[in-house]
Design a protein around this ligand. Structure first.
Ligand code: SAH
Ligand code: SF4
Length: 436
């Protein structure tokens, strides 16, 4: 979400006449979008700003934006008294105006709720993919999570605004959209017309010229038959579900206030796999939540082993201020959290490798999304399961769906070669290039 918002803000600032620079010493304004989900992320942004406070002497405007800004508000000035701007994620659209009015003499603070917290997307040339926030905030209050405090209440974006934005972007060349929300299944729950997330996905799927639709994150409690049916029936929708489990122990899930049981989670996975046998399922796991015993941890390992996720994001519990779990004893030592983290990581690496290896020799339909940063002769795209695929080709393939035969995989990416007959059909010629 922070990544999507910074991309939008960057484009908005460029439209307002600002220029981007990679050299911090040439900047007139330095703004950092801070994530507070774990202490480590927060430390990173605070130390970045502290290490650049000397720039202030040269008249540079310094700002802290995003979740960290909203969570602490003006209290953050005790630690970072040199800031000129403190602006939460619901007020990013005002940044161009704030910068125009910023004299460096007074501190501008914008936090809390906002009637329209969404920043408009301004497509640039050659963009193939686009992230689209459809909700802001969250009402779930999982006991460990800072998001409801950092981002405020659930707010669904108006469907007309989403559809208009996507249609307009598709006219400018966008081929794939990822709908973003902390719990996408809650889209529309704060509106009154009964229009829900599955309805939105279906309506977006009708947009001509759009080739792929993805979304995250799905909440196990709210992922039901309707959205799975929509995924199964719409050929444009990625057959990929990111559905965080967090823990394999019902006792811990209850303490986390996750509102589902392991059995319910497994039912959703089973239903998804029955409807879409090829579906890729990824998840989040947290180790070391207060009260997690070796037995609870073993239960998580069992579910990981049994479910065979395509990929897992594994986190060590980090106490966050103002959350319910902050009042609980953080009783798993750091070394033990690391041990549990490593056990699941090793287990998952093996499973992910086995799943990726099963693609060898198969042909995938891949939307060519971008040129690889590491190798400019390589294109990176995604297959219908949302798995990244790398292959060599000209950049004039960008935005097209091509057939790629998978040869092997590396670092979670499938590697393959493009089927030549497919290129001929598309009237594109593949020119062999050699790397200098
Ligand atoms: N809205 C998503 C999660 C967003 S945060 C959902 O409900 O699934 C992404 C992930 O960060 C979470 O799934 C969780 O595993 C992890 N996370 C959140 N708070 C954390 C904390 N205090 N310590 C460690 N990991 C945390
Ligand atoms: Fe945080 Fe839970 Fe909301 Fe996800 S659903 S953002 S974990 S409170």
């Amino acid at each position: 979400m922070n990544f999507a918002e910074s991309e939008r803000l960057q484009k908005l600032l460029i439209k307002s006449g600002w220029e981007n620079t990679d050299d911090i010493n040439k900047a007139d304004v330095v703004i950092a979008i801070g994530c507070s989900i774990r202490q480590k992320a927060e430390n990173r942004v605070l130390s970045f700003l502290k290490s650049n406070k000397h720039l202030k002497k040269n008249g540079v405007v310094l700002g802290l934006l995003g979740c960290t800004a909203n969570l602490y508000g003006e209290k953050i000035l005790k630690q970072l008294p040199f800031l000129d701007i403190v602006c939460g994620p619901n007020h990013l659209a005002s940044i161009p105006d704030i910068l125009t009015g910023c004299t460096g003499k007074e501190i501008i603070i914008r936090t809390g709720e906002n009637n329209n917290p969404f920043v408009q997307y301004i497509p640039s040339k050659n963009d193939v993919t686009m992230d689209v926030p459809i909700t802001k905030g969250c009402n779930n209050f999982c006991s460990y999570c800072v998001v409801p405090l950092a981002r405020g209440k659930l707010k669904s974006r108006k469907r007309e605004d989403i559809l208009r934005e996507v249609k307009c972007a598709v006219e400018k060349g966008i081929k794939s959209v990822t709908l973003l929300g902390q719990n996408v299944n809650e889209y529309g729950k704060d509106l009154t017309d009964g229009y829900d997330f599955a309805d939105l996905v279906r309506e977006i799927a009708e947009i001509d010229g759009l080739l792929r639709i993805g979304f995250l994150t799905s909440h196990p409690e709210d992922t039901g038959e309707k959205i799975l049916q929509t995924m199964a029936e719409c050929p444009k929708v990625f057959k990929h579900l990111h559905i965080p489990l967090q823990s394999g122990s019902n006792k811990i899930l209850k303490a986390m206030n996750r509102k589902y049981t392991v059995e319910k989670f497994l039912k959703v996975v089973e239903m998804a796999r029955n409807m879409m046998p090829e579906i890729s399922i990824t998840s989040d796991i947290m180790v070391g939540f207060p009260g997690e015993t070796e037995q609870d941890f073993r239960k998580t390992c069992e579910i990981v082993e049994k479910t065979r996720f395509n990929e897992l994001f594994i986190f060590k519990y980090s106490p966050r201020p103002m959350t319910k779990a902050y009042g609980m004893k953080d009783d798993t030592p750091k070394e033990e959290k690391e041990r549990r983290h490593k056990i699941i990581l090793d287990m998952q690496r093996k499973i992910s490798n086995e799943i990726l290896s099963s693609f060898t020799g198969k042909t995938c339909q891949v939307l060519a999304e971008k040129i690889s940063v590491k190798n400019p002769l390589q294109i990176i795209g995604k297959n219908i399961q949302g798995i990244p695929v790398a292959f060599q080709c000209n950049k004039n393939i960008l935005g097209k769906i091509v057939k790629v035969k998978i040869i092997n995989h590396r670092e979670g990416i499938l590697c393959g070669s493009i089927c030549e007959e497919d290129l001929l059909l598309q009237g594109l010629q593949y020119q062999e290039k050699t790397q200098k």
